[in-house]
Design a protein. Structure first.
Length: 158
């Protein structure tokens, strides 16, 4: 039986999972949670190895979120969840343009056509996904007497 090496596994076209950022906008608020999550579903691929058809199942096992602000990355086995059940997040403490990079580590197993046995891949593979750039901004609110869209603009809206 052929053996799928860790190098073979790393060369497979494993698609990077989608990096979801909440709020899903071109800006996030400073000093508030920016939520991240991804899809932890395994991926099944088929390849040829020494003339044998091989089915490979890649499973995401670790997620590293680099929030682009110089802080320590968040390394977790939790793919996260959207609001309101979120546990994977980051709080930006300074303003600026940022991107988030998700590095996913995959473990694998494979099955050679005609064999009922699944074998573990010795080693892991990685994929990377990066968010679109966004701004970390500060927003303030205040009470006003009239709508700030009025023309002329009311004095307390300036």
């Amino acid at each position: 039986m052929p053996t799928l090496s860790s190098e073979d596994f790393r060369r497979l076209p494993i698609p990077a999972p989608v990096l979801n950022v909440q709020p899903a906008a071109d800006w996030v608020l400073v000093n508030k949670e920016t939520i991240v999550h991804t899809d932890p579903s395994p991926v099944t691929l088929t390849t040829d190895l020494l003339g044998f058809q091989v089915t490979v199942e890649a499973t995401p096992t670790r997620f590293t979120y680099d929030f682009g602000d110089g802080g320590r990355p968040l390394v977790t086995t939790d793919p996260g969840a959207p609001y309101p059940a979120f546990e994977t997040f980051h709080v930006y403490r300074s303003l600026g343009t940022r991107t988030i990079t998700l590095t996913t580590e995959w473990s694998g197993r494979y099955q050679v056509a005609g064999s009922p046995v699944w074998r573990d891949v010795d080693g892991t593979a990685q994929t990377t996904a990066t968010s679109a750039p966004f701004e970390v901004v500060e927003r303030t609110s205040k009470l006003v007497a009239e709508l700030c869209t009025a023309v002329p603009t009311p004095d307390d809206c300036r």
